[in-house]
Design a protein around this ligand. Structure first.
Ligand code: GLU
Length: 404
């Protein structure tokens, strides 16, 4: 068949490829050509998966756990997931009210695909993680983007939520700590959002808690179904092992929520991928049931990196960066560079131009803020060793000093 054949699904044709993966792929291509790039674009911990988790996976292979599992996940993992939601989040979960998927992404996609009909709206506070609006598009829904700028700490206020909700609103997506800003919602902020949601019983809530454990300065993590238990019957609380246990490649995400929704998602998954990888599921049991020192240690490392990165960025002409409270991203305002000319002579007309010029001229890869729904910013992932982060900040600084 011709490469030009255009018989694509309309929803897919209208969707954008993943903005993060587009840049990750561009970095890989440049490296294959021999370039040395410091990549601050991939949102994944740079640590190895802890040894006891790797050992559990090897033991699972040796024990012959290499076959299909139940679609919804191994019972032993679902029990561990339910215990995690009960013990760490105060949610009323049992193993039957959980679902295991191939990564957090599949949890979100399954939830939207299982529920959205033509015309349904999904409220997405911006800046948002790049895949939310595209998943909504793929599932036939309509994204209602609510811009939450630096003045509101990049967070959705109760007032903004109230004005965005309409008769067609089906979902609200919350993500705290946030990718890309690192913003963390306090209990009071979630309480205020919950009060609005209680008045609108048709709205489901998707709480993407994947960065739960990466929270700094002794701030406390809260999730909305815990803050307002009356919302639990229409909240899908989603999490996974990727960020907490440095297990991005193992592809294990999970959720708890209303049974009708989990059953619909399981039905979809049964026709699509079946259960998640059996070996990864055994590894995830070891992660959830095993020692938690790794979580504390990695949090300390990320906090230290955050502190020097943000200080170095704020010492760079043309860049301004608020202190993120969680995750491992700095969302830096680069609007002062827009309208100027890069050291290599390129006109910088957008944050995308700035990100491209940084890659080509300073060999540092970042993701433009516009990919996350807010122009004039760049997202810098500080999930890399200290020396590389220092070198990247120096390269950004030298690029900015020569931008006129
Ligand atoms: N969540 C990570 C990021 O934002 C991984 C890439 C992706 O799935 O988008 O960079």
């Amino acid at each position: 068949m011709s490469r030009d054949f255009q018989g694509l699904n309309r929803r897919l044709a209208a969707a954008q490829p993943s903005a993060t993966y587009r840049i990750i792929d561009r970095v890989a291509a440049r490296r294959a050509e021999g370039a040395t790039i410091i990549s601050l674009c991939a949102g994944e911990p740079d640590f190895d998966t802890p040894a006891h988790i790797r050992q559990a996976a090897i033991a699972a292979i040796d024990a012959g756990h290499t076959r299909y599992t139940q679609v919804a996940g191994l019972r032993v993992l679902r029990e561990a997931v339910a215990a995690k939601f009960r013990d760490e989040n105060g949610l009323q979960a049992d193993w039957e009210s959980t679902l295991v998927c191939s990564g957090g992404k599949q949890v979100i996609y399954n939830a939207l695909a299982a529920t959205l009909n033509e015309g349904d709206e999904v409220i997405i506070p911006a800046p948002y993680w790049v895949s939310y609006p595209e998943m909504v598009q793929l599932c036939g829904g309509h994204s209602r983007i609510v811009t939450c700028g630096a003045d509101s700490g990049f967070k959705l206020t109760a007032q903004a939520l109230q004005s965005a909700i309409g008769a067609d609103t089906r979902w609200l997506i919350l993500n705290s700590p946030s990718n890309p800003t690192g913003a963390v919602y306090s209990r009071e902020e979630l309480r205020a959002l919950a009060d609005v949601l209680l008045e609108h019983p048709q709205v489901l809530v998707l709480s993407d808690d994947i960065y739960e454990h990466l929270i700094f300065d002794r701030a406390e993590f809260h999730t909305i179904a815990q803050v307002e238990p009356r919302l639990a019957e229409r909240t899908l609380t989603m999490n996974g092992v990727s960020k907490a246990y440095a297990m991005t490649g193992w592809r294990i995400g999970f959720a708890t929520g209303p049974r009708w929704l989990l059953e619909a998602m399981e039905k979809l998954q049964g026709q699509q991928t079946s259960g998640a990888c059996s070996i990864s599921q055994h590894a995830a049991v070891a992660a959830l049931r095993g020692p938690k020192d790794f979580i504390r240690e990695s949090r300390e490392v990320f906090q230290r990196r955050r502190d020097f990165m943000v200080a170095m960025l704020n010492d760079t002409p043309g860049i301004r960066c608020d202190m993120p409270a969680g995750a491992f991203y700095a969302f830096a305002d680069c609007s002062a560079l827009i309208g100027k000319v890069s050291p290599g002579g390129r006109g910088l007309f957008s944050d995308e131009d700035a990100a491209h010029a940084l890659l080509d001229e300073a060999s540092v890869a970042v993701v433009p803020g516009s990919a996350f729904g807010l122009d004039g910013y760049i997202r810098i992932a500080y999930a890399l060793d200290d020396a590389s982060l220092h070198a990247a900040c120096e390269a950004i600084r030298s690029f900015c000093l020569k931008t006129k």
